[in-house]
Design a protein around this ligand. Structure first.
Ligand SMILES: [Zn+2]
Length: 376
């Protein structure tokens, strides 16, 4: 029996919220971090490895999947959950961000975007209706409305035009989306760094009514203080009783700051991408395993981490597989980084429940500032 998509608030600490989403493929405890599974795989990880880090939901990319192997093929093979062997909830983006960042020769119009694939130059069109159809074919638990990710920097007039286009597309996305039990459609707030545009965008989406609300167009070079400033005006303009998703963010301290401002959902390529370039996130900041200081170090990467990389291997071994270019280096460091992010989210959820988020944030900052070398 498939239940309705639901979001329940369980506890608060200041503006921060501890909640739970119920989807057709299971529950998601929030605040939550979604590992990015770009091409129907979280790179270097089997789905069971991803689940073992504590992740309850992953993100898939409409743009990549529509080009290869195509939404129609995935649908014919039983949908994205079955295709990639991930039984849990999946959120898919609408493709808009990748079309803007990856393709050349794209043409934007009122109806949508036409572009050429970065793989082979083939011509595609993405409209709000087609983006919703693709996400339906994939079987996404959470569908994102099609939007234009406003470039940064953008003058206010350009940001306004872009935001207003995205709001018209949001309306078309909503119309194209048939209600499905356990599934959700999220709208995306745009408006660049301009408070009034953000407020108008949030109000327009509220009037349309979505199952959840995302804040888009951030983490594109504006800096953390500007991003937090946008959240300070945007989050209070969103409905209390619906989940809020900050797209593409971010570093651990970005996530902490956004949770404190009332954000519930995150995704970012940082832990997985960094895991393939020898960068590890730890309780004492980032560590580069390529660095020669690890070459003879018998200790674990992070003594407080329970992941397979930290419980089974020394820094010396991780350094060795990194320097030798072994595939296992990417696997172990991705496992560790995703576990670090999931532990951070679990810590945030526990602190919100206990009403101790301030103390949690202070300890987090103290440990990060102490740095890895000081810990030796
Ligand atoms: Zn670890």
């Amino acid at each position: 029996m498939v239940s309705a998509f639901a979001f329940t608030l369980l506890a608060r600490d200041g503006a921060a919220r501890r909640g739970r989403m119920e989807t057709a493929h299971g529950a998601v405890d929030t605040p939550a971090f979604m590992p990015v599974g770009t091409a129907a795989t979280v790179k270097a990880m089997r789905p069971e490895d991803v689940a073992a880090t504590g992740a309850q939901i992953i993100l898939g990319n409409t743009y990549h999947l529509m080009l290869r192997p195509s939404a129609e093929r995935i649908a014919a093979l039983g949908g994205l959950h079955k295709f990639m062997n991930w039984p849990g909830p999946i959120l898919t983006d609408s493709g808009g961000f990748q079309v803007m960042s990856l393709t050349k020769l794209r043409k934007l119009s009122e109806s949508g975007v036409t572009f050429r694939s970065h793989l082979d130059g083939a011509r595609f069109e993405l409209t709000p209706e087609r983006a919703v159809e693709i996400q339906h074919l994939l079987g996404s638990d959470i569908t994102m409305a099609f939007d234009e990710c406003t470039p940064f920097p953008a003058e206010e007039a350009a940001a306004q035009n872009s935001m207003e286009l995205s709001m018209r597309w949001a309306e078309r996305s909503k119309r194209a989306y048939g209600p499905r039990p356990g599934h959700a459609l999220f709208g995306i707030v745009q408006g660049g760094v301009y408070p009034e545009l953000r407020r108008r965008s949030a109000a327009a989406l509220r009037d349309l009514g979505f199952d959840g609300y995302a804040v888009g167009g951030l983490a594109v070079g504006e800096g953390q203080s500007t991003m937090f400033g946008v959240l300070d005006v945007t989050v209070p303009a969103l409905p209390e009783d619906r989940p809020r998703y900050l797209m593409g963010v971010g570093k651990p301290d970005d996530i902490l700051g956004a949770v404190r401002r009332g954000i519930d959902l995150f995704d970012c390529v940082l832990p997985t991408r960094s895991g393939r370039t020898a960068q590890a996130f730890t309780r004492r900041g980032t560590v580069n395993l390529r660095n020669a200081r690890h070459a003879a170090d018998p200790r674990p990467l992070d003594a407080d981490c329970g992941c397979a990389a930290c419980t089974g291997y020394s820094r010396a071994y991780l350094h060795h597989v990194v320097r030798a270019g072994e595939i296992l280096a990417a696997m172990l460091l991705t496992i560790h980084n995703l576990r670090y992010y999931q532990d951070l989210m679990a810590g945030l959820r526990g602190a919100i429940e206990a009403g101790t988020l301030d103390a949690f944030a202070q300890l987090f900052a103290r440990e990060q500032d102490a740095g890895d070398i000081a810990a030796l």
